[in-house]
Ligand binder design. Structure first.
Ligand SMILES: *Cc1c(COP(=O)(O)O)cnc(C)c1O
Length: 412
């Protein structure tokens, strides 16, 4: 990480970046939506491409001088299509939420009927939450999970038959089981709805062939690029050819101005990295690590929503410990582990307090953690929760976390 120039120009920002680097280096990152991108991706994102305006699409720009940008954006598009087996890719969305917004804008008029997974059941804000544009401008009926944390497909079908949505959104931010895209397609077909799969969380697993692909079943696939896919912060929309022109129009001029071409270069690099055999190994290790963490926690007597995870994440259910997600996420922070509070199915606590903690393994797997390390992490988590009032005990656990971080430094 080269901060030579920032140090000269702005020592305040330089200091804060250095402090953040130290924080990442010395904490165990279990936030399921985070990762550690490669130096190659970061170089692309920090390049001269940030200087260029390139409104429009490759070879159809509103500004001159886009011939080099076009090469980059076309590479990103081609790599996204090949990796996820879709006809068309728009790599310009600034984020995952904006990718979803563009699909909504293309498919729907204000007031149209939509279905998505409920936020407190693991869905995303942009799938129809009342505080998000998706819930404000459309008539949304949400579906959820059963007590075991599984999507209740029969209930999804029932709601679809009643609500007659024009668009069904599947995909989640906190769901530890395989998503059955084929079942969603059958339900969508039964009511004549379009189907959007938002694979923001599982994109890396899908790319590696370790989660079934939505491509054969979905009209649109949106993703973030910064979660398990391990690229820069951003979004991508993929779709069938028949929707390509409409989706492109919704992104620009519908919703965004100039694309972030430096980030698009980062996406191109990340997509290439994700097509390599090493990435398949990485994605397989993410799942092995998640299973080892879940088993380790259960061996320590803790509950996991839905039992064993099938992907990269899980929700620790704290109900029987009498402690809250909010308090325990803070306790974990004190022992050098970063994670976020999360609701569990039928949570007796408010969404701000919660009875759960979401844990994911993409970031620690990037730094080289293996199963035996995850078992140690499980022991640290369980001990911290059981002994959350014991100052000395927490200090000791923090040392154990630090030891794991030193064993697997972030390469830079
Ligand atoms: C993270 C996430 C998003 C949003 O991504 P941002 O880049 O934060 O806007 C959208 N959908 C799902 C399912 C997500 O998990």
């Amino acid at each position: 990480m080269n901060l030579e120039n920032i140090k000269k120009v702005d020592s305040d920002v330089a200091k804060a970046i250095e402090a953040e680097y130290e924080r990442q280096q010395n904490t165990i990152e279990l936030i399921a939506s985070e990762n550690i991108t490669s130096s190659a991706v970061m170089e692309a994102c920090g390049s001269v491409l940030t200087n260029k305006y390139a409104e429009g699409k490759p070879h159809k720009r509103f500004y001159n001088g886009c011939e080099c940008i076009d090469v980059i954006e076309e590479l990103a598009q081609k790599r996204a299509c090949e990796l996820f087996h879709m006809d068309h890719a728009n790599v310009q969305p600034h984020s995952g939420a904006q990718a979803n917004m563009a699909v909504f804008m293309y498919c729907l008029k204000p007031g149209d009927h939509v279905m998505g997974m409920d936020l407190s059941n693991g869905g995303h804000l942009s799938h129809g939450s009342p505080v998000n544009f998706s819930g404000m401008y459309f008539d949304v009926k949400s579906y959820g999970v059963d007590e075991n944390g599984n999507i209740d497909y029969e209930n999804v079908r029932k709601i679809a038959l009643e609500h007659k949505p024009k668009l069904i959104v599947c995909g989640a931010s906190n769901y530890s089981k395989i998503i059955d895209f084929k079942k969603f397609r059958e339900i969508a077909d039964e009511v004549g709805a379009l189907l959007l799969a938002d694979i923001a969380h599982i994109a890396g697993l899908v790319a590696a062939g370790l989660h079934p692909s939505p491509a054969p079943y979905c009209d649109f696939v949106t993703t973030t690029t910064h979660k398990s896919l391990r690229g820069p912060r951003g979004g991508i929309i993929m779709c069938k050819e028949e929707h390509a022109a409409g989706i492109d129009k919704a992104v620009f001029p519908g919703m965004q101005g100039g694309p972030l071409e430096h980030i698009i270069a980062g996406k191109a690099v990340a997509l290439l990295e994700a097509s390599k055999p090493e990435f398949k190994e990485y994605a397989a290790q993410i799942i092995k690590n998640a299973k080892a963490l879940a088993q380790g926690l259960m061996d320590e007597g803790m509950d996991i929503v839905g039992g064993m995870t099938e992907n990269h994440l899980m929700t620790l259910d704290l109900r029987k410990t009498g402690k809250t997600g909010k308090d325990m996420a803070n306790v974990l922070e004190r022992v050098g582990i970063t994670a976020n509070k999360n609701t569990v199915p039928n949570d007796p606590q408010s969404p701000f307090v919660t009875s759960g903690i979401r844990l994911g393994t993409p970031a620690v797997t990037t730094r080289g953690f293996k199963e035996e390390d995850m078992i140690e992490v499980a022991k640290i988590i369980a001990s911290a929760i059981y002994a959350s009032d014991n100052e000395l005990g927490l200090q000791n656990l923090k040392e154990r976390s630090l030891k794991l971080c030193k064993k697997h430094p972030i390469e830079r």
